[in-house]
Design a protein around this ligand. Structure first.
Ligand SMILES: C[S@@+](CC[C@H](N)C(=O)[O-])C[C@H]1O[C@@H](n2cnc3c(N)ncnc32)[C@H](O)[C@@H]1O
Length: 454
């Protein structure tokens, strides 16, 4: 597995696509992303809040660049290409543009995740059905783990002709079946406690239930014996049974009754957490954690995700980190963390929020405005040494104008320019004739093609 090529507590300011392209493969344990949802709204934090000035757009218009990026997906990930095509037919061009933006980023997230890693994509029903197909295309449907429903608020707006929309969705996928998982529990329902833990110990006041000690497998001669006058196949050996009886863990409620095991409520972990989360409230207007950032998520939500899908010291990454909720939760749970946001306000907010937790000990996030450079590609030969191989593969044809040229006028081009996170790796190289290479300049192939068709 590759080492991360960034330090703990890094916040990059900029577009997450070229930044992620510069991150080493397979170096991140957990990704949580809460991207724009294609809500057709633009967001801004109220003046006077600590997030004042934060704003982002969530309206999408199909551009020529999108169309060319979509075309490139046909080679890189044909399943993602088809999902986007289907979404355009079903829902229109705005959805197509949004999904192209998501697809190219999800492909990078899949690459940088460790084989034991998990990803949680936070979205809402506007696009969750298309995003799930896209996640299947990028991560593999076999790596789908859960669709988590988070009840954000109580239902409001009964006057409308629709049911009020009061939940978000988190799509949880893993990179492989070796995924890290720590089961989570919630307190038992009070009705369940009354019904199942109906006994209360007189001296200690502890609630308990009585559990079965009879072995379901009747063919266990070594566990078949008489205990307190009852002959059964037991779950425990006679010695263990005797010891538990002396410790008061095994009880017989009346002479002749089958002995049973006391199970105390306060020793249970609680009810296993399911995929519908109703116990985490949204950030309230008076809450201490409130920054005023539009779309701020509660720290408790992130703490649960991080506890379930990572261990202490692991790297947690949020490529749309907003007001840094993921960073705050990861820091509290002693994980390493890194985040990206277009807005420099993310840096201010991460520092303010974490220094509130840590006080004077907090030295500030490592703020980076340049693209990371991958260090996991080994020592690559000078990229020009690939000219002969590329000339053969392309059969002497320039990728830009589809014209045949002699070898000597062909130039090696980085499909994704180095200044945009592209590498010297052979996969990122192609030959263009010198005219096309000059014309393309520092643009991606999609941008260049879009400018030509405009
Ligand atoms: C829904 S908010 C995230 C809120 C965050 N989960 C929180 O609790 O504060 C989405 C964030 O993504 C950022 N964003 C949108 N497009 C981006 C891009 N291409 N690269 C980096 N950040 C982006 C926006 O600036 C915004 O802060």
């Amino acid at each position: 597995m590759a080492q991360a090529n960034f330090t703990n507590r890094t916040v990059w300011v900029g577009d997450n696509l070229p930044i992620m392209r510069g991150i080493n493969s397979a170096c991140i344990d957990l990704i949580y992303l809460d991207p724009p949802f294609n809500s057709n709204q633009d967001y801004a934090a109220p003046i006077g809040s600590i997030a004042a000035g934060a704003a982002f757009k969530d309206t999408w218009t199909l551009s020529d660049i999108d169309v060319h990026e979509h075309g490139e997906l046909a080679d890189r990930n044909p399943a993602a290409y088809s999902v986007i095509e289907a979404a355009r037919n079903a829902s229109g061009k705005s959805m197509m543009s949004y999904l192209i933006m998501m697809a190219v980023r999800l492909i990078e997230m899949e690459r940088i995740l460790k084989p034991t890693g998990s990803i949680y994509l936070h979205c809402d029903p506007t696009a969750s059905h298309y995003l799930k197909l896209l996640m299947d295309a990028v991560f593999g449907s076999e790596n789908y783990r859960n669709e988590i429903t988070w009840k954000r608020t109580t239902a409001k707006g009964l006057a409308s002709r629709n049911l009020p929309n009061n939940h978000d969705i988190m799509l949880r996928y893993s990179k492989s079946n070796k995924v890290i998982w720590n089961a989570q529990y919630t307190p038992h329902d009070p009705d369940y406690v009354d019904k199942f833990y109906k006994y209360v110990e007189e001296d200690s006041g502890r609630r308990y239930t009585l559990d079965n000690l009879v072995n379901p497998n009747r063919n266990r001669p070594n566990l078949t014996y008489e205990f307190l006058g009852v002959h059964r196949v037991w779950r425990w050996t006679k010695e263990r049974m005797q010891k538990a009886y002396e410790d008061g863990i095994v009880v017989q409620t009346k002479p002749g009754a089958v002995p049973r095991q006391k199970r105390y409520l306060d020793e249970q972990k609680g009810a296993p957490l399911g995929s519908v989360w109703t116990d985490i409230r949204p950030v309230q207007s008076q809450a201490r954690e409130r920054t005023g950032y539009p779309t701020q998520k509660p720290v408790a939500l992130l703490e649960r995700i991080i506890a379930a899908s990572s261990n202490e010291g692991d790297i947690v990454f949020d490529p749309f980190c907003g007001c840094a909720t993921t960073m705050v939760a990861a820091d509290r749970l002693e994980r390493q963390w890194a985040g990206i946001d277009l807005s420099p306000l993310a840096v201010k907010l991460v520092n303010e929020r974490i220094s509130e937790d840590r006080g004077a000990l907090w030295g500030g996030a490592n703020v980076v405005e340049t693209l990371p450079k991958r260090t996991d590609l080994g020592v690559l030969p000078n990229y020009r040494t690939h000219r002969h191989r590329l000339y053969g593969e392309q059969e002497g044809i320039c990728v830009g104008c589809d014209t045949h040229f002699p070898f000597k006028v062909m130039e090696v081009d980085h499909k994704l320019p180095k200044s945009r996170g592209g590498t010297d790796h052979p996969e990122n190289l192609q030959l263009l004739c010198s005219h096309c290479n000059r014309s393309k300049g520092n643009r991606t192939m999609s941008e260049w093609r879009a400018s030509q068709s405009a």
